[in-house]
Design a protein around this ligand. Structure first.
Ligand SMILES: Nc1ncnc2c1ncn2[C@@H]1O[C@H](COP(=O)(O)OP(=O)(O)OP(=O)(O)O)[C@@H](O)[C@H]1O
Length: 962
């Protein structure tokens, strides 16, 4: 009912805030809950005038109770003090031999007595006296250290009280007392799964080893602990679920150079490998009962390095570490929450030594240094931990790195695990300094806190365990060198098996599960590193490929450039060819053609630069066309080769026409050029057809067609054709070669001047009349140009006429050049008959008909010319077949004197052939008339002269104005 009423009637808004200073009884509420705020619904329902002002001042005045910190789990380091009984102090004054290394601790007094009894000759000075104790026990937690009388007089020291010990064991205490007060709490935690460490510190001979190991009659804390362990394990119901393992090893110096660890429970090769804080290969012996444990303890003590010093007859020369590991095979009722491995470590440190007290020399002294150094590092670690805990801003100095022992005990020395120290001191006045030094050093350690909630399982210590785990550790570290393709699941299973072998559970709740996660993280890191390295390598390879591609592109670019240049050259040659053709056909067309050709060249260069692909295609077509032409040339006779060349030129022109089809639509110049090309092509086609008709009549006219083609290919020597032709007629081939080198005068020179004006050595062997006739041809072309000035493009009729004129002129040239040949008359006649084509004869006859009138009007002039030619022929008579170059020298010298530079121009070989053929007519004509040489001797005529040849000769001479 009350709840219903409360729900129906909201509580009134309080005018003031009640602060409840007392904490709630059941649960501690947060400060926000203490300030009860009315619900929003109630505020909404309240009237506006009832809403009080927000008590901000009162709220701010509330003193919020500070939340009490959780009770610190950390505990102070427990330091125990054990005072060695004075009893009768036995001092060995003579340096005795080091007893055997592996000797179970014995009672020195008995030993010495036995020695005295066995060998009384040995000089010994045993002094027994009742010493005064420098240390007195105040209570169970404090002692008073009183300096000796001598030191008090010197006022170097004073009495000091050291308190705060966990417990002080008087001299008459037993080993069991020490165990009960000091080891029992640790053992209980150990049995619960907590690891702990107990270390004995103190000067040499103070009873550390006695405290730790004891003797057979008076066992130390280790035997007692083992006994208690098995006793407790037997008493507990879950005893069978727990197993114990024992491992004992020592750390000693190797002649002062380094630290080495030896397994005191191992076989012959007891040396252990030390890597940082990890000791590998340590043998961990499972112990089933106390007898086994005591046997192992005795075995280890026999192996431990000891030596006799002035302070101790069985002085320990190493740091001995005893590990008792409890492995839990399952859950137990008592340790449900911490059913895991635990480690109880007991350390018997080598006592700090002073040289005066020990009297060590040599190796013993080196061992003393190592021992003292280790003790010093151990103390530094504890002091740094104390300072770190006082002021954590400074950070914990890592003194543990200076010693293998401290590295191994790092977790303890960093306060991460539970640890206890027992200080053993001697109570004699002579031991005051050692005792005082130890107490001063160790008393502050009482303030050290350590975390009691440490992990029961210590990974670092697990690594030091049995040798059987050594291979497993290698497996865990194998992925560092293995490939990344290793199956992670398999590795995980493998690790799980290893963990199970160790008696641990591989479940995620177990402490060992982070180990698997760590392995997985390592694997991921390795994968990342491998992939990163692989990507770097791949990147480098790609860089190299890129560089190679750049080089290849550069080569391609240079090749394209060279191809472009070659193509331009070919274009230039083609245009020159066209110009020559046009010049042969019509003189007025030459300038225009040149202009057009130049324009075309520029245009094609631009086109080549802008459109490489077109140029490449064009060049490919050219190369292809030339290749095909070459193939056909190789298969055919020399005469069809000329036809192929002719086809080639036509193809080139056609290709150019196609390539520039679009360009010509924009450029009128190219259209004119195309017209010129068309004309030249048509001309060539017409000649080809004419040649074919002639070839049907006679095999010789092919040579005439060869003349036509070669006249258009002045620059490109037709060596192949000439060589093949030389097989048939060596004279003909020679003429072709000569014709290739014939310079041509394009300038209109005076006819009266000698035509031997070519002054270069290239003119050697070339008749001067050839140049003269060429000049005549040029004049003829000029006349034709004047006639065709209105129409630059020659009509077919004009082409035919001009060609006929050219042929006639060339025939005249050949006729005159043949004069220089010094063949015998009979041979000349026979040769001329053989080489004279029928078409030439018909052509000369036609020319004779057309120019009959001119012959009559200029007959006198022809005679003078013939006379001059005859003189020239006579002058070279009697010499070798070739015209000597010396004949041209006078004319050339004269030409040089005039200061005129002749324009040279190559003459096609075919034209020479034609002129040579025509030359036969002149020879016949010359034969008809007696020739006079320089000496005025006349030559005899051996053969009659035909009327037609005489007429033709006159016609030619008159036409050429010779
Ligand atoms: N509390 C003790 N009661 C009886 N004897 C003791 C006691 N402490 C030490 N001794 C005897 O003193 C001698 C030296 O002891 P111990 O070898 O243990 O000293 P230590 O500190 O280990 O010396 P070191 O550091 O050189 O090894 C031993 O013979 C030992 O029996």
């Amino acid at each position: 009912m009350e709840e219903k009423q409360k729900s129906l009637s909201p509580p009134p808004c309080p005018s003031t805030v009640t602060v409840r200073r007392n904490p709630p009884r059941r649960a501690r509420a947060t400060p926000f809950t203490t300030t009860t705020k009315p619900p929003l619904s109630s505020l909404a329902c309240a009237k506006p005038h009832d809403v009080p002002t927000f008590p901000i001042d009162e709220i701010l005045s509330i003193q919020i109770p500070q939340s009490e910190p959780k009770p610190a789990i950390a505990e102070s380091l427990k330091i125990f003090l054990r005072i060695k009984p004075l009893r009768t102090f036995t001092k060995v004054t003579t340096t005795t031999k080091s007893r055997p290394r592996n000797v179970w601790p014995q009672n020195p007094s008995k030993k010495n007595n036995a020695k005295e009894n066995r060998n009384p000759e040995i000089t010994k000075k045993v002094r027994k006296k009742d010493e005064e104790a420098c240390i007195t026990l105040n209570d169970s937690y404090s002692v008073t250290l009183t300096p000796p009388q001598s030191l008090q007089e010197l006022k170097r020291s004073k009495t000091e009280v050291y308190e705060g010990f966990s417990h002080v064991f008087p001299a008459d205490c037993s080993q069991n007392d020490v165990y009960d007060k000091m080891v029992q709490p640790l053992l209980e935690d150990f049995m619960k799964g907590k690891s702990g460490m107990l270390a004995a510190l103190g000067p040499s001979g103070s009873g550390k080893t006695h405290t730790v190991f004891g003797s057979l009659k008076d066992p130390g804390i280790v035997p007692i602990t083992l006994r208690q362990i098995f006793k407790k394990n037997d008493e507990s119901c879950s005893g069978s679920l727990r197993s114990f393992n024992l491992s004992i090893f020592e750390i000693c110096s190797e002649r002062g150079k380094g630290e080495k660890a030896y397994d005191l429970l191992g076989g012959e090769s007891s040396e252990l490998s030390v890597q940082q804080s990890t000791i590998r290969g340590l043998k961990e012996v499972p112990i089933q009962n106390l007898e086994e444990a005591e046997s192992l303890i005795g075995q280890a003590m026999l192996k431990r390095a000891t030596a006799t010093t002035n302070s101790n007859s069985q002085s320990s020369r190493s740091q001995c570490i005893i590990n008792i590991r409890a492995s839990c095979n399952g859950f137990s009722n008592e340790t449900k929450l911490q059913s895991s491995d635990a480690m109880l470590t007991i350390v018997d440190l080598a006592g700090a030594e002073r040289e005066k007290r020990t009297g060590n020399q040599g190796e013993r002294l080196v061992e003393s240094n190592f021992i003292n150094n280790t003790s010093m590092v151990f103390g530094q670690c504890l002091r740094s931990l104390l300072e770190y805990q006082k002021n954590r801003k400074k950070g914990l100095q890592k003194h543990h790195q200076n010693s293998l022992l401290t590295r191994y005990l790092r977790d303890y020395l960093e306060g991460k695990k539970r640890m206890a120290l027992i200080l053993t001191v001697k109570a004699g006045e002579e031991d005051y300094l050692d005792t005082s030094y130890l107490l001063r050093q160790a008393s502050p350690y009482m303030k050290i806190k350590f975390d009691n909630t440490e992990e029961p399982c210590n990974k670092r210590q697990l690594k030091t365990f049995p040798r059987a785990e050594k291979n497993k550790k290698i497996k865990l570290s194998a992925p560092k060198t293995s490939q990344i393709e290793e199956n992670f699941q398999g590795e995980r299973c493998q690790i799980s098996q290893e963990v199970n072998l160790q008696g641990k559970k591989a479940d995620p709740t177990d402490r060992s599960s982070p180990r698997l996660e760590h392995v997985a993280q390592d694997k991921n890191e390795r994968e990342h590193i491998i992939m990163r390295n692989f990507s770097k390598v791949l990147w480098n390879v790609l860089k190299q490929c890129n560089e190679k591609l750049k080089v290849a592109e550069g080569e391609i670019f240079t090749l394209k450039d060279s191809l472009r240049r070659e193509q331009l050259k070919s274009l230039g040659l083609e245009t020159e060819l066209i110009s020559l053709k046009s010049s042969c056909l019509a003189q007025p067309c030459i300038p225009e053609v040149e202009v057009i050709v130049n324009a075309k060249e520029h245009f094609e260069v631009d086109a080549a630069l802008t459109n490489e692909r077109n140029v490449d295609d064009d060049s490919c077509n050219l190369i292809k066309a030339r290749r095909e032409a070459g193939a056909e040339e190789s298969s055919e006779t020399p005469v069809p080769k000329v036809r192929n060349v002719d086809d080639d030129s036509c193809n080139l022109i056609k290709a150019r026409r196609e390539a520039g089809a679009e360009e010509s639509s924009e450029s009128p110049v190219l259209s004119v050029l195309r017209n010129v090309d068309d004309d030249s092509c048509n001309l060539i086609e017409a000649r080809r057809e004419a040649g074919s008709e002639e070839s049907s009549k006679s095999p010789v006219p092919n040579v005439v067609r060869n003349v036509d083609v070669d006249s258009c290919n002045l620059i490109n020597p037709r060596r192949e054709a000439s060589t093949e032709e030389s097989s048939e007629s060596p004279v003909l081939s020679k003429n072709v070669k000569d014709a290739e080198l014939v310079p041509c005068h394009l300038s209109s020179e005076n006819d009266a001047e000698p035509r031997q004006s070519v002054n270069s050595e290239e003119n050697v062997g070339i008749p001067s009349t050839i140049t003269h006739v060429e000049a005549e041809v040029t004049d003829f072309q000029r006349d034709q140009a004047i006639q065709n000035q209105d129409d630059p493009t020659p009509s077919p009729e004009q082409v035919e006429v001009s060609q006929d004129c050219i042929n006639s002129g060339l025939s005249n040239v050949q006729t005159k050049s043949a004069i220089s040949r010094r063949f015998p008359d009979s041979e000349k006649q026979e040769r001329n008959r053989r080489l004279l084509p029928a078409s030439s004869r018909s052509l000369t006859e036609e020319m004779n008909d057309l120019e009959i009138k001119d012959i009559q009007t200029e007959k006198q002039q022809v005679k003078t010319t013939n006379t001059r030619v005859q003189k020239k022929a006579v002058s070279i008579q009697g010499q070798e077949t070739e015209v000597p170059p010396r004949e041209a020298e006078p004319a050339s010298t004269k030409k040089q004197k005039n200061g005129q530079k002749p324009k040279r121009r190559l003459q096609p070989a075919s034209s020479v052939l034609l002129t040579r053929e025509i030359n036969t007519l002149e020879i016949e004509d010359d034969i008809a008339e007696p020739k006079v040489n320089r000496g005025g001797k006349k030559t005899t005529v051996s053969q009659p002269r035909s009327q037609g040849s005489v007429t033709l000769l006159r016609l030619l001479t008159n036409n050429l104005h010779l």
